[in-house]
Design a protein around this ligand. Structure first.
Ligand SMILES: [Zn+2]
Ligand SMILES: [Zn+2]
Length: 288
């Protein structure tokens, strides 16, 4: 059994960028309803808000001020805070791994701009945070959302201690050339056209690369717009996400002592998130 944290604040459900992140509250409720929080090794932590100083480690003051004037400021703070707190607890050894349920996306956020339901680099901000407070230096980010993670790629394009494996081919390549960088630590692969081929792609491209890279910690940006009832590849059923979680968790076990943070903004309908999230927590916590 593993010690698993689930980071979620009600604000992330209530104030979610809902046209995109439609299954946030139901995803969390699905974990509750499955009785997982009565397990001794699974804990719900109410996400804390991030501070402006923490956000300014990547984003410009001008962009921070701009987001502050929108309705997405508060939900962004609690989404980022969840990832930062999860990162702290895993690196400190209080938790083995964690699932963070956010109310906004993050991978289309650059230092001073963003699009597509993203405002700040929700997961990316964990990297300077971890480097400042812990000895961790090397990070792997696996992104299985439908779309190219142009923001993450741009922010870390010159950072060889960040391995970025992005599944996106054919979906939303940004025109910004900085988001197109590919080299030994930055790469993009194709999505599958059904559960089996998506899972196979992850199995083929992720474990060996991450093991060879030897990160201190692994992040999985688990976009769910690949679900058949969402707006992206529309290729997957809800069963694909726990199956991918098994591969990614095994990869973390074999490459960084199991230190894994799964971040999702639940961008699929409630019936999908309420099935997938408890399934993923089961796998993270090694229940069954
Ligand atoms: Zn997407
Ligand atoms: Zn990509």
């Amino acid at each position: 059994m593993k010690k698993t944290g689930v980071f979620y604040h009600d604000i992330c459900g209530k104030e979610a960028y809902s046209s995109l992140a439609m299954g946030v509250a139901d995803g969390f409720k699905g974990i509750e309803k499955a009785g997982l929080f009565s397990r001794p090794n699974i804990t719900h932590y109410e996400s804390r808000p991030a501070t402006e100083e923490e956000i300014a480690r990547i984003h410009t003051r001008k962009w921070i001020e701009e987001v502050k004037r929108t309705q997405w400021w508060r939900v962004s703070l609690y989404s980022i805070g969840g990832v930062l707190e999860a990162t702290e607890k895993v690196l400190r050894g209080e938790l083995d791994n964690a699932l963070v349920i956010a109310g906004v996306g993050g991978h289309h956020a650059h230092r001073d701009s963003a699009w597509g339901g993203c405002y700040f680099s929700v997961t990316g901000l964990a990297i300077p945070h971890a480097r400042e407070h812990f000895k961790a230096r090397r990070f792997a980010i696996v992104d299985t959302d439908t779309h190219h993670a142009d923001g993450v790629r741009d922010i870390f394009k010159d950072d060889d201690e960040v391995l970025h494996i992005c599944f996106c081919h054919g979906y939303g390549w940004d025109e910004d050339p900085d988001s197109l960088t590919t080299n030994e630590t930055k790469m993009c692969f194709s999505h599958g056209h059904n559960d089996a081929s998506e899972i196979e792609n992850v199995r083929r491209e992720v474990p060996e690369r991450v093991k060879k890279f030897k990160p201190d910690m692994l992040f999985w940006i688990m976009g769910m717009d690949t679900h058949q009832d969402s707006y992206g590849t529309q290729a997957l059923t809800e069963k694909a996400y726990p199956a991918m979680a098994e591969i990614i968790k095994d990869t973390a076990e074999q490459s960084c002592g199991g230190k894994l943070i799964v971040k999702t903004c639940c961008n699929a309908p409630p019936h999908a998130t309420s099935y997938a999230l408890p399934g993923i927590v089961n796998i993270l916590a090694e229940i069954d």
